[in-house]
Structures are given as C-alpha cells and as structure tokens.
Design a protein around this ligand. Structure first.
Ligand SMILES: [Zn+2]
Length: 140
C-alpha cells in the first residue's frame, strides 16, 4: 500500500489557525512530530474502520493510501503539553489555534478538522469545536 506524505503547514491548505497560544505557566510548546504521528494514526485507523463498515465516503475523497503527516501542524496551530499537579506526572495534550478559542485534547479529536482542511473546505468541518461554534452562531 502506498503512503502519501502530507505537510499540513504547506500554503495550499486553507488553515484557519489563529496562532494564539495562551502561554499558561504549566504548559509547554512541543515539537510537532509527536502530534503529527498521532494524527496520522487517527486518520489511518478511521479509514480502515470506515472501509470495514462499508462506508466509502472518506475513501472516495482520500483514496486507499495510508497518510503520513510530516513537517508541521497547519499554520496557526500549536501543540502544547500541560503538566498536572504533582505527583501526577501525566501531561495533557492541547492543540491551540482554533477560531473558537477552544483547544483540541488529542490528535484523534483534531483529525476531522485536519481532514476538512485537506479537502479544502474547512467551512463544512464536523469537528466538535466547529460544531459548537456553528451552534453559538445560530443562536445569535
Ligand atoms: Zn473543525
């Protein structure tokens, strides 16, 4: 099976990233490599599940290749790890930059937003933050 390398920071992708990072004291910006691996894993797993379930929509759009996200996150998005209070040594994931001001808590949750960018129509995104933002706009 072929692997397609995608650098989401390339100008072809219409990123809506704001570039805003709150810079909280217990949070640290990390290199993108780890979160890009998580994103690749989440997308490839989703595509395998969709194929098994007979859902062809995603494969119609993205083909049958595996995806490998390389380079950097989409422009304006920042990967941060947030330390917990001692003695808990776990570090939570924060992906900042969504126009709602919210953050994604994992690569898997960011993945639908990334797919919408890859397909060049971010306004149809079905990620949780975009859906919340649309719900708030609809009430206004
Ligand atoms: Zn979205």
């Amino acid at each position: 099976m072929s692997t397609i390398k995608v650098d989401l920071s390339a100008p072809i992708y219409p990123s809506d990233g704001t570039g805003i990072v709150p810079n909280k004291p217990n949070e640290r910006v990390e290199p993108d490599d780890e979160i890009l691996r998580a994103l690749s894993h989440a997308l490839n797993r989703k595509m395998r599940e969709a194929a098994k379930a007979g859902i062809i929509a995603l494969r119609d759009e993205l083909g049958t290749a595996e995806y490998d996200f390389v380079g950097n996150l989409p422009s304006g998005y920042t990967y941060v790890r947030r330390g917990r209070a001692a003695p808990d040594t776990r570090r939570d994931i924060r992906i900042y930059g969504h126009p709602s001001g919210g953050f994604f808590e994992s690569g898997a949750k960011f993945m639908p937003h990334v797919v919408a960018m890859m397909m060049l129509y971010p306004s149809y995104c079905c990620c949780k933050l975009c859906e919340q933002m649309r719900a708030i706009d609809a009430r206004a």
